[in-house]
Design a protein around this ligand. Structure first.
Ligand code: ATP
Length: 306
């Protein structure tokens, strides 16, 4: 009987693993709020990695035909630079990142990575070079080590630990009874929002993609945690072409370019100081944040960055 049950147990295990991974995939896309809908073009070619430039040329896009969400959006992020998007809720910030991931194609206009049209390259070949730190990281029901290694499965133990150290999560991990083998996720250790984000940062550092997309957490982490996480994020983005969706202006003062979106259009763009000098929308947003509860954080970060 044992000879009979063991292959069944194996099959059952495989079945369970497949089901779990499907559920997890589903969750991953839930985080991005969308399902992948776009297929590779039959003539698609491999993306050829180069310096790392992103261009949007007159991109117009709507989730439904009659309601454009992005209208004639153009910008160009030079290799290694950081562009930050700010604007009211619903102005289209997350939509830009979804298009950069090619969860959707623009209705008109073009998205180019290193001069290659996103619709003409194989998605897998491009996504290998994209890293994302989402607002809320959902971890796989597996070990800490699996969750970090997901960034680059062939990474060595040392490389994984280095990434965890850079993301400032190593000490927390070795504090777990099972260390890097500790199970996390719904059926394992429950990590805090900040800790989960650090795991996502470690994963991105390990992957070392050419492009990093950050969707800053809106949930209020305490000021100390938030500033520490910001430092780890900077590690993940060093030298990478970075697109950030910012909810707190204090974290993007140093961005090479800040783009203010309003109702799906670029309303203003420039560096922090240039935008303040314009005394337009960004200026009002800045003044508003200064007078809000963010006062302490903003001033402290400003002092740090000057
Ligand atoms: P927030 O700061 O609140 O995250 P955002 O600037 O990132 O907002 P988006 O998420 O890009 O805004 O949404 C832009 C617009 O598109 C909103 O009006 C939103 O309701 C709409 N939208 C987003 N996702 C979908 C979808 N799947 N189907 C239809 N409309 C959508």
């Amino acid at each position: 009987i044992s000879q009979l049950t063991s292959p069944l147990t194996v099959l059952e295990k495989i079945y369970r693993e497949i089901t779990e991974s499907l559920v997890e995939m589903d969750k991953m896309f839930d985080i991005m709020e969308e399902k992948p809908e776009v297929c590779d073009h039959p003539d698609a070619v491999d993306y050829v990695s180069n310096a790392g430039k992103i261009e949007l040329k007159s991109v117009t896009f709507g989730y439904t035909k009659d309601q454009p969400v992005l209208k004639d959006v153009s910008f160009s992020v030079p290799p290694g630079k950081t562009f930050a998007f700010v604007g009211p809720s619903g102005s289209g910030k997350s939509t830009i990142i979804r298009l950069l991931f090619r969860f959707y194609d623009p209705d008109s206009g073009q998205i180019l990575y290193d001069g290659q049209d996103i619709t003409k390259v194989k998605q897998k070949s491009l996504r290998r070079h994209l890293g994302v730190v989402p607002q809320d990281t959902v971890l796989f029901n597996d070990t800490v080590s699996y969750n970090i290694r997901y960034g680059r499965v062939d990474a060595s133990e040392e490389e994984m630990i280095e990434a965890a150290k850079a993301a400032d999560i190593h000490k927390t991990i070795i504090g777990f009874t099972d260390g890097y083998d500790a199970k996390v996720g719904e059926r394992g250790l429950k990590l805090s929002g900040g800790e989960k984000q650090r795991v996502a940062i470690a994963r991105t550092i390990l992957k070392s993609p050419s492009f990093v997309f950050l969707d800053e957490a809106t949930s209020s982490l305490d000021t100390h945690t938030e500033r520490n996480i910001h430092a780890s994020l900077q590690q993940a983005c060093r030298g990478k072409t970075t697109v950030v969706i910012a909810h707190r202006l204090s974290t993007i003062i140093g961005a090479d370019e800040i783009i203010v979106l309003k109702e799906g259009r670029i309303a203003e763009s420039g560096s922090h100081n240039e935008l303040l000098a314009k005394e337009g929308i960004y200026f009002s947003m800045w003044m508003q944040q200064l007078t809000s509860e963010q006062l302490v954080t903003s001033e402290a970060t400003l002092m740090e960055s000057t």
